[in-house]
Structure formats: C-alpha cells, structure tokens
Design a protein around this ligand. Structure first.
Ligand code: ADP
Ligand code: ASP
Ligand code: MG
Length: 438
C-alpha cells in the first residue's frame, strides 16, 4: 500500500484536481491525503480573525467571496448536472456551517473547526470528481481516526486501530482519500497538526499501515539545497537521509512540515518528494541511508527565534546549574533549539514565545537575563564528520560579513547551526549557496 499526499497548489484549481485524479488512478492500492486548495486555509484564518474581532459584516463578506470562488471551481470541474448538483450541495453545507460561527461566541476551539473545512471540501470535491469520471474511491473521514494526545503527539495506537476499522469496511477498495492536517484532540474536539500538517498526516498514516512508500507531491521537483524563495539557482538533491531531512525541516525548509519525517523514520518507510507538475521527474528519495560522504547537502533557515542569555557568577564550577535552567523551560513546556555555554553564562534559543515573560522571570532567580528577539537560525546540513577538516571554516568564511550570535557544531555529525539577526538571513543564505554549492 502507498500513501500519496498532495499539497495545496497540487489541488489548487479545477485543472489541478483533474491532474491529480489522473495520477492516482490505477496501479497499487493507495491512501491519498489531500490538503485544502491553496489559499483556503489562509482565507479561513482571516475569516476567524474577523469573528474574533466580532466584525460580523466583514466576516460575511469575506466568506461569500470564498464561496463564490468555490462555485467557479465547481463550474469548471464538473460536466454533468448530477456532479455539479452534488458539489454545490457540498459547498452549501460547509459554508452554512462556517456562517453559523458568525452568530455565537467565537473561541480558539471554534477556530479549529473553521480551519478544518478546507480539507473537508477538497477531499469531497476530489471524490465527486472521480465519481463523475467513473472511478470508485472511498472517502475516509480523518476525524474518525486521526487523534493527538494530551502532549499534542499523535496517538499512534488509536490511529492505527481506528484507521483499520474504517478501512476494513471497504475490503475491495484500493483507492482511499482522506483529509490531511485535521485531527481530534484528547477531548475529541476538532484540532489540527499545525500549518503544513498534511505532510505529517501522510507520514503518520504511512507508519500506521506500514506503507511501502510515502510520497509527498508538491509544486517543486524535490528537496533543494537552499530555499528557492530566497536564493536563485538552487538545485534538487537526489537522496537525503531521515536525519538530514529532520534537521532541515525542523530548521525551516518549508517543503516539509517540521516533524513530518519522524513517523516514517521510526518505521523505516521511504519518503519520496515528487512534483505534481512534472510527475516523471525523479524527485528526492529520503531513506535511512546517508549518501554523499563528506558533502554539505543543504541549508535552511528558521525565523521567529528569541535568544535568552543567563549570566551568573554562581555557574562557575557549579554542578546542577544547567539542570535548574532547563527545568524552567520544561515547566513552561517550551523546547530549546540551540544552546551554547561558557564558564559564566549560558545562552539558549526558543521559537515558542507564549511563556517567554514567565520564563525570564523564573530565570532571573539564577542570574542576569538578557533577551534578543527577531533572530533566525541558519542550519547547514550534510555529512560533517569531525575528521573532515575545514567544514566549519568554509561556513564561517561564507558568513564573514554577518554578525554571528551563536554557533553550534559537533553535537551531531550532520549539522552546524548559527544564530543571526533575521535581517541578515537572505544575505546569509545567498552567501552560503555561493560558497558551499558553487
Ligand atoms: P504544499 O502546498 O505542496 O505543501 P509547500 O508550499 O508547503 O507546498 O512547500 C513547497 C514549497 O517549499 C516550494 O514551493 C518552495 O518554495 C518551498 N521550499 C522552501 N525550502 C525548500 C527547499 N529546501 N526545497 C524545496 N522547496 C523548498
Ligand atoms: N491546509 C493546511 C495549511 O495550509 C495544511 C497543509 O497544507 O499541509 O497549513
Ligand atoms: Mg506544505
């Protein structure tokens, strides 16, 4: 069994939905995971924004314009009156539901239900389209099996059991379609796997069914060696290891959701990145194998980082100091990305600033705390074994004009991370490409 995930642009227009229809028909049995059509999740988020501010008129206007957009897609996608009728009924149903939030109190719980409608619509449109062209598919409701636990982690046992229960109701089916991104929380309320979460859905499902391969279909021909939105002439990488991709995705490579390879990695299921517009292009294959000995593979950057430095004379020769510092972050459920230490101070970075004030207040018990916002972590990934001399020099040379606030090297053999001001990020990525991949 294969798992194929198609992102927002891959199903972004009527024409693209038809293209995906052609790609998924026939061949091996598969579960197809779809994102919302491109732009929809953002527009639903804007709608929720109006509802939070209680701007009822603006909210309705916004929703109507999105609804009209869907009617024009239906016009193009369906040829038969029965197909069109079903799709119009679908849009009517989901937009009435969305409109119902414009009457009551609106909280973050309702927002999650609003955001879920994009994937509900895209998957149903695909299902009706396939039906119209005579292809049988089964719509698997993600909300009946995809669930996260109290720590926001996938509840793998529940997912496996319930997905299996849904699947065995259709013993002869070989084409299943389901929603990416959406899930239920530990209380059974609608939730999601965070932005870009459809990749994660595909990997979680792949692991749950022990898939032969997980394919992530998107709008680019594979994993590139730098961010193509910022650097010109980036090139595709043929093969990457799970560990390399985990670092790159976590540190900002938008092509994959930050934690999306982990479920696949735990089950050692190959992940292939493919381009929906160029289906014959080989894409990027991600497995446990590390290829390209001694090579730097790629660079990525993550914004929205805050760095915190704690200076304390008491750190000198003191054991247990770091434990106390880490316990503060743990108690505020905030994870640390980078750490550097000297004899009298320790600096850490975080990307989750919800509890920042409380963290700083707690840390002040142990020393002088200084905070810097608007930072970016640049991450250089490859086979960077310590025996290979000069890797750090090449990286540092490339960044010789850029103030480096922290450097982390040596904790793994595949990553060098550097903290810089976000305003220097574009320059840093371009300089690194020039020096590393010339
Ligand atoms: P989807 O909607 O299919 O999930 P995304 O927009 O989330 O697609 O991810 C694909 C985009 O990721 C590409 O169009 C590209 O601009 C961006 N991207 C950022 N870094 C990389 C990278 N290292 N390699 C490839 N694409 C990248
Ligand atoms: N539709 C969701 C988003 O825009 C999930 C995804 O596309 O992966 O974030
Ligand atoms: Mg994505």
């Amino acid at each position: 069994m294969l798992v194929l995930k198609f992102g927002g642009t891959s199903v972004g227009t009527a024409e693209r939905i038809k293209d995906v229809g052609r790609l998924i028909v026939g061949g091996k049995a598969k579960i197809v995971v779809l994102s919302a059509m491109s732009g929809t999740t953002n527009r639903l988020l804007e709608y929720a924004g109006y509802l939070f501010k209680n701007e009822k008129y603006a909210a309705r206007k916004h929703l109507n314009s999105l609804k009209q957009h869907y009617y024009s897609i239906i016009d193009e996608l369906f040829n038969t009156s029965s197909g069109k009728g079903k799709a119009e009924g679908l849009i009517q149903y989901h937009f009435e539901y969305l409109d119902s939030f414009n009457r009551d109190l609106f909280t973050h719980f309702e927002e999650k239900a609003v955001l879920a409608q994009g994937e509900m619509i895209s998957t149903a449109l695909m299902h009706y389209h396939l039906e119209e062209i005579g292809i049988t598919s089964v719509l698997l409701p993600a909300l009946s099996f995809m669930r996260i636990d109290k720590d926001q982690e996938p509840d793998n046992y529940y997912i496996k059991e319930n997905l299996e229960r849904e699947r065995i109701q259709h013993p002869d089916a070989n084409l299943f379609i389901t929603q990416g991104f959406i899930c239920r929380d530990v209380f059974g309320e609608i939730d999601n796997l965070k932005r870009g979460g459809s990749d994660y859905t595909a990997s979680i499902i792949g692991a749950a069914i022990d898939a032969e391969e997980i394919q992530i279909w998107t709008d680019i021909d594979g994993f590139h060696n730098n961010d193509p939105r910022i650097v010109k002439n980036t090139t595709r990488i043929d093969e990457l290891s799970f560990d390399e991709v985990a670092e790159l995705a976590y540190f900002g490579a938008k092509i994959l959701h930050p934690t999306s390879v982990r479920p696949a990695q735990l089950k050692n299921i190959p992940v292939r990145l493919k381009n929906t517009l160029l289906p014959d292009s080989p894409g990027t294959l991600i497995t446990e194998k590390v290829s390209g000995k001694g090579k730097i593979k790629a660079v990525a950057a993550k914004d929205g980082i805050s760095s915190i430095r704690i200076r304390s004379g008491r750190m000198l020769l003191a054991y247990g100091f770091l434990r106390k510092v880490f316990e503060i972050f743990e108690s505020h459920k905030t994870s640390i990305d980078m750490i550097t230490t000297s004899e009298v101070s320790v600096s850490v970075t975080i990307d989750e600033t919800e509890h920042l004030d409380a963290i700083v207040e707690d840390l002040q018990k142990y020393g002088t705390v200084s905070l810097t916002n608007d930072q970016s972590i640049v991450c250089v990934v490859g086979d960077l074994i310590a025996e290979r001399k000069g890797v750090a020099r090449i990286v540092l040379n490339a960044l010789s004009d850029i103030p480096l606030r922290m450097i982390s090297y040596g904790s793994s053999s595949n990553n060098i991370s550097l903290l810089i001001n976000s305003s220097d990020k574009d320059k840093a990525l371009n300089e690194l490409s020039k020096q590393l991949f010339k």
